[in-house]
Design a protein around this ligand. Structure first.
Ligand code: SF4
Ligand code: SF3
Length: 530
């Protein structure tokens, strides 16, 4: 196997051998490659036959790409089934040969070994495209669940997949497509923002308790708000409380979700702590998306999956969204006998969320005033994924050390490093504001653009610095979006991606001033100049 798509890849180079660091087995990695090769074959078959593309073709592309994201699916059977479905769809589009032999037809499947063994710059650019579109597909998938689609976003998947399969493409052809991933992701995040806010209302600031009350409960994790809504509806009046986990935390801010009184609070911290945190809770856990770690035997019978998430041996809830098995498990386990007070990693007993674009833009005048009066000196966007690496303490320390006249905006699961800290307020606004999930980077961009307009400058001229953390591929497409918007001097950590070659890195450094994080002290000094 070869896989280097996430930050915890072996020796910062690539997972090889029998199993990846995430627990993905070699067989699964091979099947994921085969599936990606089949999707490239499908994209090739679409060329010139666009009129034959249906919703089923589009949905297969989304599913196929999303499934291969880190910590989503470890189930070989599901991959085999998906590969077969992609094959059938290709045959429907391009029935060149009844035996299914596409050799020489121009729409054969792609052998991913060619990509992994390619010249390192080509491999780097194609990896940026592939890992980027895997995440764009995840966001498009969530939007599609709520009935939102965008033909332009969808068309790009075929273009990008075809490009990955082109052995004659060099830097010149691939680089613009890398940046186009960022452009398309912006459209896609905007679509998901619209889907979420039109369906569930605009997020409002919410204080979220970290106490788990006595009695039966269910923990729900991942990014899919629709799954949470279905679970809330099906548990209403049953004496079962619901707690969010990981990237589901911002759900507490949506009016159409927080109206359910049994949506009580948040349990646990970021994904990498799940094997410890889930080990002895008397409750089931439902995974709606990444990040699923291989469950330990001690709690494997309490973990449920839905949508594209799957792990052999776990109960999977199908498209009909009947959560009865999860509900029955919650009632059987009964929950805690007494209320249990949990804390964040810094000992805080509550967290805040819900500072998305609508909330922040409604107080834009106040913010602009505070900046002009010198009450707010600087904004930091400290966002991205969390992970297990020791160096991630940087983000906790960085936030702790930000001066009292600065504001910290955050999003995605990296915030669990510091979201329980009490940083106080400036002019009635909290100094630490959680915008939402990783896809709410769209909201952060809207806030930055509005501030730039208010000050009559460009986003790069704002007193705003981005200090990002990455783990899986969603951070890749968000980073590409920020680059597409021309945002400069982003600090990235805890390590730089293994799939960025020296030449590609040099390009990013020269053109966009991307820099690795150093120490909180040095970075703060460099940013604030004091
Ligand atoms: Fe390794 Fe990450 Fe790939 Fe898992 S997803 S095999 S940890 S690079
Ligand atoms: Fe986190 Fe897995 Fe990336 Fe949506 S849930 S940000 S790591």
């Amino acid at each position: 196997m070869f896989c280097f798509q996430c930050e915890q890849t072996a020796a910062c180079k690539g997972c090889t051998g029998k199993m990846g660091v995430c627990g993905k087995k070699a067989d699964t990695a091979e099947l994921q490659d085969q599936l990606t090769g089949a999707l490239i074959g499908l994209a090739r078959a679409v060329e010139g036959r666009e009129n034959r593309v249906t919703m089923r073709t589009d949905q297969l592309i989304l599913e196929g790409l999303f499934t291969t994201l880190t910590n989503v699916n470890f189930d070989d059977e599901m991959f085999r089934e998906l590969i077969a479905r992609v094959g059938l769809e290709k045959e429907r589009l391009a029935p060149v040969c009844s035996a299914g032999d596409y050799a020489g037809s121009g729409c054969d499947d792609y052998d991913m070994k060619k990509l992994w063994e390619a010249d390192e710059d080509i491999r780097s650019l194609k990896s940026l495209i592939l890992f980027g579109i895997r995440s764009v597909a995840a966001y498009a998938y969530h939007a599609a669940v709520l009935g939102y689609c965008d033909a332009e976003v969808q068309r790009f998947f075929y273009k990008a997949l075809s490009a990955i399969g082109r052995d004659d493409f060099g830097m010149e052809e691939l680089l613009p497509i890398v940046l186009e991933v960022g452009e398309v992701n912006l459209k896609c995040m905007a679509m998901l923002d619209e889907a979420n806010t039109k369906t569930f209302g605009h997020p409002e600031p919410a204080e979220v308790s970290l106490t788990v009350e006595k009695g039966p409960f269910i923990v729900i994790t991942g990014h899919d708000l629709y799954d949470l809504k279905c679970l809330l509806e099906q548990t209403a009046g049953k004496g079962i409380n619901i707690y969010t986990h990981g990237e589901m935390l911002p759900a507490h801010a949506y009016p159409e979700l927080k109206k359910y009184s049994h949506l009580k609070g948040n349990f646990g911290t970021a994904w990498q702590n799940q094997q410890k945190e889930f080990a002895d809770i008397p409750a089931p856990v439902l995974f709606t998306t990444n990040c699923l770690m291989p469950p330990k035997a001690s709690y494997g019978d309490r973990v449920f999956t839905t949508e594209v998430v799957s792990f052999p041996g776990l109960t999977h809830i199908g498209a009909e969204k009947d959560f009865t098995p999860v509900i029955e498990k919650a009632l059987e386990l009964g929950g805690f006998a007494e209320d249990q007070q949990f804390t964040g990693i810094n000992g805080g007993d509550k967290v805040m969320t819900g500072f998305a674009r609508n909330t922040l833009l409604s107080v834009a005048d106040k913010v602009v005033e505070a900046v002009k009066a010198g009450a707010i000196r600087h904004f930091f966007l400290v966002g991205g994924c969390d992970g297990a690496r020791m160096g991630r303490n940087y983000y906790t320390e960085f936030v702790k050390q930000t001066p009292a006249d600065t504001v910290v905006l955050t999003l995605a699961c990296g915030k669990y490093r510091f979201n329980d800290l009490e940083l106080g307020t400036i002019g009635g606004l909290p100094r630490l504001m959680d915008i939402g999930q990783c896809n709410d980077a769209y909201s952060a961009i809207q806030i930055a653009v509005a501030l730039a307009e208010a000050f009559g400058c460009g986003v790069n001229d704002l007193p705003l610095s981005m200090v990002l953390s990455w783990y899986e591929q969603k951070a890749v497409c968000i980073l590409l979006t920020l680059l597409h918007l021309g945002i400069k001097n982003i600090r990235l950590g805890p390590t730089l991606p293994a799939f960025v070659s020296t030449n590609v890195l040099n390009f990013l450094v020269e053109k966009y001033g991307i820099a690795p994080i150093t120490t909180p002290e040095e970075d703060l000094k460099a940013i604030l100049g004091a």
